[in-house]
Structure formats: structure tokens, C-alpha cells
Design a protein around this ligand. Structure first.
Ligand code: 13P
Length: 230
């Protein structure tokens, strides 16, 4: 990745008219970083059509091929409507939908088969952090998802306790974790996510082994996005 990547995960927020207004206020013409917006599935076709200079991603895809899976969205469908990325294994889905590493691994395969770049989320709970087992946990996740040591994947490290909490690990902690991961998986592109905003984005961008950021709340404000992207 030459330019740093900023992936905005909108989660189940904002209505379509608000999404259009927000993106109209993003300084798309003068971006210094690559921006990927991940809206609700149903907004993607409209936004892809309206904002041709932006890249879009989905927040999930099915682990299955086309078929009888009520309510699911296949990676092949996402590709057809212009999605370039898909977030896979976000902790909110792991917690609320019971997704395990094996399921995340199956989704990863489906995304790759459909020529969509997966942004694979990993991260530890506060309990795991307090036990001092963060690295062990992250390596287990990578292993069980089936991340190859000699392939290029985008991994987003999002400590669960940092999401939406206003609390983050220190830059040094993230750097140390990324260096360990890169030592074993040299081709991975590593993003950090969890309570990132304009006030701390530059500190994280300062980590040499960091390829980008996955933002939640800050991605719902054009002003904050413009600051992070500047
Ligand atoms: P916040 O940036 O709101 O903490 O959310 C992070 C996140 O979950 C992005 O996927």
C-alpha cells in the first residue's frame, strides 16, 4: 500500500440522505490517503453511482455461495454492485451473530473468489488483555482464520475494549503488536481501529508498520473524516 488506507465502517448508522450529504462534504478531490466507505448494504449501489471517485466496501458477506440463505448477502452480489472491499469478522458480528474464526475464514475465501479485498478484523477482549494474552489471542485468530504467512491480506487490529470507548492502546503498544505480527506474517497490511479520531489519527499514522486505520464513529462526520484524511 503506497498511500495509507482509511476505512470508514458506518455500521447501522445514518439514513441514505444523510450519507449523501456527508459524502458531498468530504474533500474527495484532495485526498492524501485512500478512503473506503462501508455503508449499509442497501445504500451501496446508490452511493457507488453518485460518488465515482470513492471506493466502497460492505460490512460483511456470507460464508456461502448463492443459494437458500435467507437474509444473507453473497460476496458475488457485492462485487456486481461495485464493492471493492468487505469487512469480515468484526467483533460486533462475532459477539452478536456468534461468528467464530472458522466462519470468518470461510467468508474470506468467498470474498477472494469474488475478487473483493477482505478487511479481516481481529482483536482481544479486556479480559484477554488483562491476562497478558493479547498476542497469543491474535496469533490464534490469524491461525484459525487461515491467514497464510506468505500472502497479502488486510488485517484490522481492533481491540474490543477500544471500540467506541474513547480508550485506545498506546501507540507503542500497537507498534509492538504490529512488529510481532509482521515478523511472522511479513506480507500483511495492518490497520488499527478503535476510538480513532482527528485527535489521535496522526499518532497512529506515525507507526511505520501501520498501513491505515479502520474508523467507526469518526467516519460519521465529514469534518472529522476530512481532518483524518488531510
Ligand atoms: P470506533 O472508531 O467508533 O471506536 O469504532 C471502531 C470500529 O469498530 C470500526 O470498525
Amino acid at each position: 500500500m503506497t498511500q495509507k488506507l482509511v476505512v470508514a465502517n458506518w455500521k447501522m448508522n445514518i439514513l441514505l440522505h444523510e450519507a449523501v450529504a456527508l459524502l458531498e462534504s468530504v474533500n474527495i478531490g484532495s485526498l492524501h490517503k485512500s478512503l473506503v466507505i462501508c455503508p449499509s448494504f442497501i445504500y451501496i449501489p446508490t452511493l457507488v453511482d453518485a460518488f465515482k471517485k470513492l471506493d466502497f466496501g460492505a460490512q460483511d458477506c456470507s460464508a456461502n455461495d448463492l443459494g437458500a440463505y435467507t437474509g444473507e448477502v453473497a460476496a458475488a452480489m457485492l462485487y456486481e454492485i461495485g464493492c471493492k472491499y468487505v469487512i469480515i469478522g468484526h467483533s460486533e458480528r462475532r459477539i452478536s451473530c456468534g461468528e467464530d474464526n472458522q466462519t470468518v475464514g470461510r467468508k474470506l475465501v468467498k470474498a477472494l473468489e469474488s475478487k473483493i479485498t477482505p478487511v479481516i478484523c481481529i482483536g482481544e477482549s479486556l479480559e484477554v488483555r488483562n491476562q497478558g494474552s493479547t498476542l497469543e489471542h491474535l496469533f490464534k485468530q490469524l491461525e484459525e482464520i487461515g491467514i497464510s504467512r506468505n500472502k497479502k491480506f488486510v488485517i484490522a487490529y481492533e481491540p474490543i475494549w477500544a471500540i467506541g470507548s474513547g480508550v485506545t492502546p498506546s501507540v507503542d503498544e500497537v507498534k509492538a503488536i504490529f512488529n510481532k505480527i509482521k515478523g511472522a506474517y511479513p506480507y500483511l497490511q495492518l490497520l488499527y481501529g478503535g476510538s480513532v479520531g482527528p485527535e489521535n489519527a496522526d499518532e497512529f499514522f506515525g507507526i511505520d508498520v501501520l498501513d491505515g486505520l479502520l474508523v467507526g464513529g469518526a467516519g460519521l462526520s465529514a469534518q472529522k473524516l476530512n481532518q483524518i484524511l488531510s
